[in-house]
Design a protein around this ligand. Structure first.
Ligand code: FPP
Length: 236
């Protein structure tokens, strides 16, 4: 039997926390609690399988429109993982980076992010990216604003804006583009996630809700990925 090729970078749109909770007669918040737990479990699965980069969409720029109660529950969860669960991962050689506009986050969350990124910056194991207050259009807008002011002050020339310049100035600078983008819970949209970076990624959609996504589900996605004829992106 042929050996499976493991994608270097797997990105996940974690959907279906609410539906998972509803099916169990639990409040929506419990779906997020279980979803958070699953993020932590999947870190160890990715590491075990040999995935090098793992990126999750935890909170989008659109998610602020959810009820105050739900936004606050999600922020509490993030706070708790940034101060304990992910700290533990950092001690296990996982490097953690946050993508998205952190300036809108509470001061204490920004501090937790800074500390976690600093403490894990030399870690050589799994490279884990968490998208918080992230939207790809917003990421491109922020990059364009910075670029425009550099052009205005003469430190950058228009002809210097190449594709690699753009890649190197997005939040994901230095991180290879995703080989495989997974979305759970049977929604077939990209929802403003990594639009530039997913230009050549393989997409995989599955029925299961994020809290139920596990190693078996990930292996199914990887088997499917192996059936695709990859001629672009990070493909060799
Ligand atoms: C989508 O489910 C999921 C989210 C909006 C948030 C994802 C957050 C987590 C998994 C928990 C916290 C994250 C970390 C990194 C600790 P949904 O609520 O849209 O589900 P539904 O479509 O079934 O209602």
């Amino acid at each position: 039997m042929e050996v499976l090729k493991i994608p270097t970078h797997v990105a996940i749109i974690m959907d279906g926390n609410g539906r998972w909770a509803k099916a169990k007669g639990l409040p929506r918040k419990m779906g997020h609690v279980q979803g958070g737990k699953n993020v932590e479990d999947m870190l160890y699965v990715c590491d075990e399988i040999g995935i090098k980069y793992f990126t999750v969409y935890a909170f989008s720029t659109e998610n602020w429109k959810r009820s105050e109660d739900e936004v606050s529950a999600l922020m509490t969860l993030l706070r708790s993982y940034l101060s304990s669960g992910f700290k533990k991962a950092a001690k296990n050689n996982v490097r953690i980076r946050i993508i998205g506009d952190r300036t809108r986050l509470a001061d204490d969350i920004q501090k937790l992010i800074e500390d976690l990124e600093e403490d894990s910056k030399d870690n050589t194991g799994l490279q884990f990216q968490i998208a918080i207050n992230y939207g790809a259009r917003d990421e491109i807008r922020r990059m364009m604003q910075k670029t425009a002011s550099e052009i205005a002050d003469g430190s950058l020339k228009a002809e210097d804006i190449t594709e690699s310049y753009i890649s190197d100035h997005l939040d994901t600078a230095g991180i290879p583009d995703p080989d495989l983008l997974i979305r759970t819970s049977n929604e077939l949209r990209i929802s403003n996630f990594l639009l530039w970076q997913c230009a050549y990624s393989e997409f995989y959609f599955c029925d299961c809700n994020w809290p139920d996504f596990n190693k078996d589900e990930l292996m199914k996605a990887i088997v499917e990925y192996n059936k695709r004829d990859r001629r672009f992106g990070n493909a060799k």
